[in-house]
Design a protein around this ligand. Structure first.
Ligand code: PHB
Length: 389
């Protein structure tokens, strides 16, 4: 067919592109720390995302999923994450931004999501305010206030009267400290000291000595899981805080399954609150952990892998609802109020805040079949992020 009218030719080309576009893959740009001190975050989230595609299929709403991973190691340098996200949008033409191991990475990429009009699915970064940084953000992990309030209530009910707080000096640490203090003092407890340790290379020795001298009933701890957590646990024992009868309480970031064996038996008896445990008893978690071990026999499924798995599920469910349309406004509209049974238990996306609503479990570290596990013994149901109230 000969087209003499340039306008008709243009319209026809656009139509052909639209038809071809319908079959185009959905490109998801994953911004994750894949190397450096937080490399396990990237590995676990990647495991979760890929496990979802391997077990549930890779085409949703008529469009195949294509993943592009960018290593934003160390995950705490916002400018690196931002540059990579811009590259993903401009060069790789991604439809969706996802991943985000640490808060500085999510904070830095939020304006890119807004400007480029791309949905941004946060699969770990857990400072409460992350979801307020762009209207295109939806989160499938947790928030620190959501996990800190239940352990504060548990402590107040379990003869703990004086607490010393020690947190990493950045967003999630500040959130953990603030919410713990709020809930614990409202229940009649007293905060007898608080320190914020640098995120990079903290020297815990002076903090541990100070805590020992203050003689609290317990220490409340938040550190992003990794080498520092293991160093802290070693110091806690070596400096005799353990022997002095000072209890350790924390969010479940501390006895994270990825580092639990490295912490070793000194974790036995540790009580924490968290949204996911490998030992969670449900058919969904059994299926998840079985599939995980089959695919990754050398690793243990943890909360970050589940954040990735549920993040990929959210994208899949949205694509089914929108028939493959990834327009950021349509994507977020479709995501609001979504609910399903995750390996962690029932979850939903708060329609107002785009943040996750979920059960928070109180757990104790025990040895099950020779393996350290977080065994759940109580829970708060359908708990919203109290950091936004
Ligand atoms: C974060 O940087 O937001 C973060 C990292 C690790 C966690 C929780 C929060 O376990």
């Amino acid at each position: 067919m000969k087209l003499n009218n340039p306008l008709i030719a243009l319209a026809l080309t656009a139509m052909l592109n639209a038809v071809a576009g319908a079959a185009e893959p959905v490109r998801i740009g994953l911004v994750l720390p894949m190397s450096g001190p937080f490399a396990s975050y990237g590995k676990q989230i990647e495991h979760g995302v890929k496990l979802y595609l391997a077990t549930q299929g890779d085409t949703f709403g008529g469009r195949k999923i294509e993943l592009i991973i960018k290593d934003d190691s160390p995950g705490t340098a916002g400018d690196v994450s931002k540059r990579l996200a811009q590259e993903l949008v401009i060069k790789d033409k991604v439809d969706i931004l996802a991943g985000f191991g640490l808060t500085p990475s999510a904070f830095a990429v939020a304006p890119v999501a807004t400007e480029a009009k791309r949905p941004m699915v946060v699969m770990n970064a857990a400072t409460s305010s992350v979801t307020t940084k762009s209207n295109y953000i939806v989160r499938t992990s947790m928030t620190l206030p959501q996990n800190s309030a239940p352990i504060a209530s548990w402590a107040a009910k379990n003869k703990i009267k004086k607490v010393f707080t020690l947190v990493a000096d950045y967003g999630p640490g500040h959130d953990a400290e603030g919410q713990f203090k709020k809930t614990f003092t409202a229940a009649g407890g007293e905060i007898v000291g608080e320190v914020r340790a640098p995120v990079k290379n903290p020297d815990f020795a002076p903090f541990l000595q100070k805590i020992k001298d203050t003689k609290p009933d317990a220490v409340f701890l938040f550190l992003p899981p990794g080498g520092e957590t293991i160093a802290f646990m070693k110091g806690f024992k070596e400096r005799g805080l353990d022997a002095a009868g000072i209890q350790l309480i924390a969010t479940g970031d501390l006895p994270d399954e990825d580092i639990l064996e490295a912490i070793g038996d000194s974790a036995l008896g540790l009580v924490t609150s968290f949204h996911y445990s490998e030992a969670h008893k449900s058919p969904e978690n059994k299926a998840y952990t079985d599939a995980y071990y089959k695919a990754y026999p050398k690793d243990r499924p943890n909360f970050m892998s589940v954040g990735g798995y549920d993040g990929m599920r959210l994208i899949a469910e949205v694509l089914k609802k929108t028939n493959g349309n990834t327009d950021a406004d349509k994507f977020i509209e479709a995501a609001r109020g979504m609910k399903w049974i995750s390996p962690r238990g029932p979850i939903s996306i708060d329609p107002a805040t785009r943040d996750i609503v979920q059960n928070i479990y109180i757990r104790k570290v025990e040895k099950i079949n020779g393996r350290l596990q977080n065994v759940e013994f109580d829970h708060v149901a359908d708990f919203k992020d109290p950091g936004k109230q």
